[in-house]
Design a protein. Structure first.
Length: 150
């Protein structure tokens, strides 16, 4: 993957401020752990209220974390004043998510003027072991002049 150039020199603070406004991410206990140009990591700790009937982290939590990681990775490359919206994603659930935490790593594959394509990999951590549990391909739209702010 090639390095991406941000259009907004204050992209990191803008991404962090927008993330802090997302009450759903707060509800699932998600933390923004890394922000770089075209790259965002979001961590979610395993909690009993986030698991499905077999004790694995719910697929909805995995998808939400990956979607947000991809969206914020895309936003980091967008111009000042632009907002981001997910317009499509596909997630492959590769293995049950168990352990202490998962990290969703969103990475921009191609940033265009209006459409940005990202990849999101979700890795579960248990002690010193790690396991890729999901991967996503997501399409994000740059939104301008519609009254949306990030």
């Amino acid at each position: 993957m090639t390095a991406q150039e941000p259009q907004d020199p204050a992209y990191e603070s803008r991404v962090r401020a927008s993330f802090d406004k997302q009450t759903f991410m707060a509800t699932i206990g998600a933390r923004l752990t890394r922000v770089a140009a075209g790259e965002v990591d979001i961590e979610v700790a395993m909690r009993p209220d986030l698991v499905q009937q077999h004790g694995f982290l719910h697929a909805g939590v995995l998808a939400s974390a990956a979607d947000s990681a991809c969206g914020y990775a895309a936003l980091s490359l967008m111009p000042t004043g632009a907002a981001v919206l997910s317009i499509e994603f596909k997630i492959n659930l590769l293995a049950p998510a168990s352990g202490e935490r998962v990290v969703a790593a969103g990475r921009v594959l191609r940033a265009g003027k209006t459409i940005t394509v990202c990849r999101g990999d979700v890795t579960a951590y248990a002690g010193s072991s790690e396991r890729l549990v999901a991967t996503m391909v997501a399409t994000m739209m740059t939104v301008r002049d519609r009254g949306l702010t990030d």
